[in-house]
Write a protein that binds this ligand. Structure first.
Ligand code: ASP
Length: 586
């Protein structure tokens, strides 16, 4: 037997018990005749002591142990004289009688501690060592618990977990596909699913009216901290339901998960139409943990001879509470920030609402105290506040302000720690017009239905009508992160054909790519709707983290590489030939 107990479970009540423990050497310390070894496994750390008065050769062997060696120790539990209140096992230690080295270890390239000295790249290369660290273990334990809670809740609600294939044909969800060459079918390729979208809809046609799956999805996108080329979704679909029932079901799931795993009652989720979210927060995923809503200033800022404002479709700002005392340097930094190409503003106008009731702005030449007073009144600013103002095209300016709002809140610590603010964003547009390519894109995906009352308009309307169509599409947003998204689906062939046509498919292309789905709609497809949650992101957000990487056991780096196994990698000429890939190798 390798162990009778793990390294996290022994307590004072176990004193006197003979035990066997196995684990990794976290650290060793020598005090004259006593050698202490902290023995670690995923359950905790237990102190082991070797006494040279008891057994000198044994103590000598203990002194030679290195960090991360795997050892087995037999001995008896006893009360510690020098207790460690920071450890659950801190009242006891094992007085060792036997020591067996199960495996040695090289000196690890970074310290296996909560705060490690290893840089990102090194830790990715030795991910199995990084995963020994407590914070990452806690993340993976959390993830496992969360997945279990999802399964328990959904299956109690009558959902069936059904697996769908990974080798499929492309499903457009707005990203590039990863493709897999077929050996048996020369010149043909599978695509890895961006989501199981069409399959879950086919399951509805097949009569499995409540489906879910915790499933890997693949999208070949440029990577950011909160994106991975392969990621996990809680993917769900229901038949014979309205949008209302979907929202209630998955609000129920989300509330249950927070309650069960975090002990937090989220209360009822507010709902906000897409248009309102963009107008008030400059974002379709507003962070409601703090205020600073966008305020329109056209009425007070235009017509005073300031060309930039007079020529703009929108002049709008945010009121930053208590920040009238920002220095020149800080304001310049904010200006530089909004001028970066990622934001793309031409400049930033500020108004300081001084404590003495006067105003100081960057446009004092055009606006006197009375005019600035009117701005402050429009924005609800009080003495001590700072107004930050942008202008330009309506949509762009709102987006820029929305981003500035988040930046200022983070920069100046205005986001309450530990708060969770969920909301549903609803009534998304069905289609998005892209000026550059002069075509429509699906705002959610091509299978999303317009609102019922919009169907006639969609089938008969003109180009401008199409721009104004609203969908029964919804996103779940928590703390400004999109946690889930879904929609009521089209289940009628003619409407699906119309949608593909609007999206620029020829009838032949639509048939070739999605004939199977439209064909299925002709065999009694029920009304259906669904949603998918980003599982990695949910884990991160529930822990107040922005990066999903720390919640994935073996993630890819920013270049989409797994630096541990060194993938992607070249394959040999024989494999290429078998796959009928005419790639010339140097
Ligand atoms: N397939 C969609 C997605 O991955 C979710 C859904 O519509 O159910 O975003």
């Amino acid at each position: 037997m390798f162990r009778t107990h793990n390294c996290g479970e022994l307590r004072l009540t176990d004193a006197g018990t003979e035990v066997t423990l196995s684990g990794w050497v976290q650290a060793g310390r020598d005090f004259g005749g006593l050698t202490f070894v902290d023995l670690r496994d995923r359950y905790g750390i237990t102190q082991v002591v070797f006494d040279s008065d008891d057994d000198a050769p044994l103590a000598e062997r203990a002194r030679k142990l290195g960090r991360e060696w795997v050892i087995q120790v037999k001995g008896s539990v006893r009360e510690r004289t020098n207790k460690n209140p920071n450890r659950p096992t801190g009242d006891v230690e094992i007085l060792a009688r036997e020591l067996m080295v199960l495996n040695k270890s090289k000196v690890p390239p970074f310290t296996i501690e909560d705060e490690t000295d290893g840089g990102d790249d090194l830790r990715m290369k030795y991910r199995y060592l990084d995963l020994r660290r407590n914070p990452l273990q806690q993340n993976l334990i959390f993830r496992s618990k969360l997945a279990l809670a999802v399964r328990a809740y959904l299956s109690a609600q009558g959902f069936l977990e059904v697996e769908t294939p990974n080798l499929i044909k492309s499903t457009p969800e707005g990203a590039r596909d990863f493709v897999v060459p077929s050996r048996l079918n020369e010149g043909q390729f599978y695509a890895l699913p961006q989501s199981p979208q069409t399959f879950k809809q086919l399951l509805m046609v097949a009569g499995y009216d409540r489906y879910f799956q915790i499933v890997k999805c693949f999208r070949d996108e440029d990577l950011r901290a909160d994106r991975q080329p392969e990621f996990t979704q809680i993917d769900c679909e229901m038949a014979f339901v309205t949008q209302e029932e979907v929202l209630n079901t998955f609000e129920g799931l989300t509330r249950h998960l927070f309650q069960e795993v975090k002990g937090i009652d989220l209360g009822e989720f507010p709902r906000m139409p897409y248009d309102e979210a963009v107008r008030r927060f400059g974002s379709d995923k507003p962070d409601l943990r703090f205020g600073m809503e966008l305020v329109d200033l056209n009425a007070v800022a235009q017509g005073k001879g300031f060309q930039v404002f007079d020529g703009a479709e929108l002049v709008a700002g945010i009121c930053v509470p208590g920040k009238a005392d920002l220095s020149r340097k800080q304001l310049d930094a904010l200006t530089d920030w909004v001028k970066r190409p990622q934001i793309g503003a031409k400049g930033l106008v500020y108004v300081k609402c001084n404590e003495d009731g006067s105003f100081k702005s960057s446009v004092d030449k055009f606006f006197d105290q009375e005019a600035l007073q009117a701005w402050a009144a429009s924005a609800g600013a009080t003495p001590g506040d700072l107004l930050l103002v942008l202008s330009g095209d309506d949509e762009k300016t709102r987006t820029q302000l929305g981003t500035l709002r988040l930046h200022v809140a983070q920069e100046y610590d205005m986001i309450p720690a530990g708060a969770f603010q969920p909301l549903w964003v609803v009534d998304f547009p069905l289609l998005e017009w892209d000026e550059e390519s002069e075509r429509f894109h699906a705002m959610h995906h091509p299978f999303t239905s317009p609102k019922r009352e919009e169907i006639d308009r969609m089938l008969t309307g003109d180009h401008d009508t199409m721009k104004s169509l609203k969908a029964d599409a919804y996103d779940l947003v928590i703390n400004g992160a999109e946690i889930g998204g879904g929609s009521v689906r089209i289940y009628d062939r003619a409407l699906q054909e119309k949608n593909f046509q609007l999206l620029g498919f020829t009838p032949e292309e639509a048939e070739e790519q999605f004939g199977f789905l439209m064909g299925a709609f002709e065999y009694g497809a029920p009304p259906h709707a669904g949603i998918a949650f980003g599982f990695d992101r949910l884990c991160a957000v529930m822990n107040g983290k922005s990066s999903i990487r720390d919640f994935i056991a073996f993630p890819k780096n920013n270049q989409g590489r797994d630096v541990m196994i060194d993938a992607p990698a070249a394959i040999d000429a024989k494999q290429l030939r078998e796959l009928h890939l005419n790639v010339t190798l140097e």
